[in-house]
Write a protein that binds this ligand. Structure first.
Ligand code: PMP
Length: 427
């Protein structure tokens, strides 16, 4: 039987790094993976994280405990992350008041014990457990934006989902978002669906991957209204909190919006969250899945949800890894480290913006200059043919959709990248 197995295609993103590693060209530039690198091309540890590691390594013997964590992760981590996500990120603080001046609905969710919280293997693990849970108990249908992170469909199809639909997100010709068409797509497709099974929808909370373009707050209000009207199940994918504006709280707008109690959300709200990018904990796999049960649900609902999540996790990896979550927990609970983390995020965003500006200056390219793009990526709009040519002839690696990871550009390669882009655009 093994003879009949077909070769799987290489991963759309990580497969390119494999190709990059094989490339003998000394000038090669890898702009594929969403990892933050410094100006010398290194993946550095953020100062807040390095300090937390030192504290754990030298002072806190208990934190060096290598025993198993519980199936859904440690209590300290759960408490600090829930507090961060549902109290701090949902509070109308002075800074974010201009964006949403509402009561703290997240705090109400915590007080009313409506959040089934699970520590997960980063954002990917959160999405996988979320998909598995939904496909077993709620729905096997999901709407994914067109364009989206290449792994979304892969994760959902591997975890029981059967129906995949797209919604219009971005018009490659104009370089603009297509929110009106998005909402039309949802209305048309959901109303044509006569089955009882509700549809899920993946929402990129901020720093949409790959376009780097997010709806305005007014657009989000319309989008969430429509999702609720159509009784869809929101799956909020928040892998880049803080990387849009440099302000962790400001970037959680979609979460704040979705938990507004004016929405009923009979089938729950799903939040898949990651500290890979904003804490630079990529390889430690630190994230979470929250399932928010409806306001009218009896407490037995949360209990049942928790128990099923445990069963799912136990059958796959038993319990999550401990070290990274201890680091995250310390950063979230130590006021000095927390403040440093805020600065670290701001510094990353400032450098990314600097590279964006430098690239724009070198290229005199209005697409870089005028666009509202933000986050770790620049969406070049290059067609596949150009992306392949960049790879084959110049050893500059972008993902197939024309996305480049900005922090891979630095003082030693910006001239080469800019000159090559200029040449290729004239051809
Ligand atoms: N969602 C999106 C949109 C992403 O871009 C990523 C990272 N590339 C993730 C989720 C999950 O990443 P991780 O598993 O590293 O947290």
């Amino acid at each position: 039987l093994l003879n009949q197995i077909e070769l799987a295609p290489p991963d759309k993103i990580l497969g390119l790094t494999e190709a990059f590693n094989r490339d003998p060209n000394p000038d090669k530039v890898n702009l594929t993976v969403g990892i933050y690198k410094d100006n010398s091309g290194k993946v550095t540890t953020l100062p807040a994280i390095a300090r937390a590691q030192r504290i754990i390594d030298h002072h806190d013997v208990l934190n060096r405990n290598l025993s198993y964590l519980p199936i859904k992760g440690g209590k300290d981590y759960a408490d600090s992350v829930k507090n961060f996500l549902y109290d701090e990120s949902c509070a109308p603080s002075a800074k974010s008041a201009g964006y949403q001046n509402t009561p703290n609905y997240g705090k109400d969710l915590l007080a009313n014990n409506r959040i089934s919280f699970t520590q997960t293997l980063s954002g990917t693990g959160a999405l996988a457990i979320c998909a598995k849970f939904l496909s077993l108990f709620v729905s096997k249908k999901v709407f994914i934006p067109n364009f989206s992170w290449a792994n979304h469909k892969n994760i959902f199809s591997s975890n029981g989902f059967k129906e995949f639909k797209n919604y219009s997100y971005y018009d490659a010709k104009t370089g603009q978002l297509t929110v009106d068409q998005w909402l039309k797509d949802l209305r048309a497709q959901v109303s044509a669906d006569s089955s009882k099974e509700p549809s899920c929808i993946i929402l990129h909370a901020c720093c949409h991957n790959p376009t780097g373009l997010d709806p305005t707050r007014e657009d989000w209000d319309k989008i969430i209204d429509t999702i609720n009207e159509l009784k869809m199940i929101p799956i909020i994918d928040m892998a880049y909190q803080g990387m849009e504006s440099g302000d962790l709280i400001k970037d959680a707008y979609v979460l704040r919006k979705c938990i507004d109690p004016k929405y009923v959300c009979d089938n729950g709200i799903f939040l898949c969250q990651s500290f890979a990018k904003n804490m630079g904990l990529y390889g430690e796999r630190v994230g979470s899945l929250s399932i928010v049960s409806p306001s009218n649900a009896p407490p037995t609902v949360k209990e049942a949800v928790d128990s099923q999540l445990k069963r799912i996790i136990r059958s796959i990896y038993s319990s999550p890894p401990g070290y990274g979550s201890r680091v995250a927990n310390l950063v979230l609970t130590d006021p000095e480290l927390k403040q440093q983390w805020g600065k670290d995020v701001q510094n990353m965003v400032a450098r990314l913006q600097g590279i964006r500006n430098d690239l724009a200056g070198n290229l005199d390219w209005s697409a870089v200059n005028d666009s509202q793009q933000h986050g770790m990526f620049f969406f070049t709009g290059f067609p596949l043919k150009t992306v392949q040519k960049l790879r084959d002839e110049y050893s500059i690696y972008l993902t197939d959709d024309g996305r480049l990871s900005l922090s891979g550009i630095n003082d030693s390669n910006i001239e080469y990248v800019s000159d090559t882009f200029k040449t290729i655009r004239q051809e």
